[in-house]
Design a protein around this ligand. Structure first.
Ligand code: PGA
Length: 263
């Protein structure tokens, strides 16, 4: 028990996976595991971020689960509302389809889809103004870590968004620290390194907002059942953003259970 009052979050990021039949099976398998061995809602928030076309389907199928499982968009447009913006999906349209959670700033979007600080500020502003909860992803590259710039880079990424988050909106922000070198590589940050960065992020947040002590800071980067308990035991790690292991219902369930039982 870490004694933290923050309810942990365990969120599965399915990325550009899987095909529809497998997504439906994954949802059924996960619901079944929760049915057999429930995880108390007060002990762990659960979320799944499927591909955008599957959001309503996944949400509908989770509605028969024995507890809340949030459906999370993987991105949102930097354009608000509706209009002639081919290919875009705005925060208002997500909310119109009852999607109230969104990942913003994942390193894959920063790297491959030009999500720079200016774009991310617009996305976060739009999502918050539409009433969404934002899981904002930050993290350094291997080069930055080796050059001892990890803290500076990550704290800058937090500062980047400070000007668009109104003071009462910090309640709708969750941070996910995902060192890029740990994503999909099988290499996890050691619990000590992850905790040290989470403590720095916590310190940075408390300087920006009075709500800083209550913001959940998730760890992401090769989280699996084998390392989840150790990570969950760290006082400033308030959950996990899980990529690869969330595509297996049993692995994802075990990670959720680790956080629910350890916190
Ligand atoms: P991973 O991905 O768990 O496969 O490393 C995490 C993420 O990118 O959110």
């Amino acid at each position: 028990m870490s004694g933290s009052t923050i309810t942990p979050w365990v969120v599965g990021n399915w990325k550009m996976n899987p095909i529809k039949a497998d997504a439906l099976q994954l949802v059924e398998n996960f619901k079944h595991l929760l049915q057999t061995n429930p995880i108390d809602e007060n002990k762990c928030h659960l979320g799944i971020a499927p591909i955008s076309i599957a959001l309503p389907m996944v949400q509908a199928n989770f509605s028969s689960a024995n507890r809340a499982i949030y459906t999370v968009a993987q991105d949102v447009s930097k354009v608000a509302g509706t209009g002639a913006y081919t290919g875009e999906l705005s925060a208002e349209l997500l909310v119109d389809s009852q999607i109230h959670y969104v990942l913003i700033g994942h390193s894959e979007r920063r790297e491959f889809f030009a999500d720079d600080a200016a774009a991310l500020k617009k996305k976060i502003g739009n999502a918050l103004n539409a009433g969404m909860t934002v899981i904002y992803c930050v993290g350094e590259s291997l080069e930055q870590r080796e050059a001892c710039q990890a803290e500076t880079v990550v704290l800058q990424q937090i500062c980047d968004i400070a000007s668009v988050v109104e003071s009462e909106q910090w309640e709708k922000i969750v941070i996910a620290y995902e060192p890029i070198w740990a994503i999909g590589t099988g290499k996890t940050a050691s619990p000590e390194d992850a905790q040290a960065m989470h403590a720095k992020i916590r310190e940075g947040l408390t300087q920006i907002t009075a709500k800083g002590a209550n913001i959940a800071i998730l760890y992401g980067g090769s989280v699996k059942p084998e390392n989840a308990v150790e990570l969950a035991a760290c006082p400033d790690i308030n959950g996990a953003l899980v990529g690869g292991a969330s595509l297996n219902a049993e692995s994802f369930y075990q990670i959720a259970q680790a956080f629910a039982n350890t916190k």
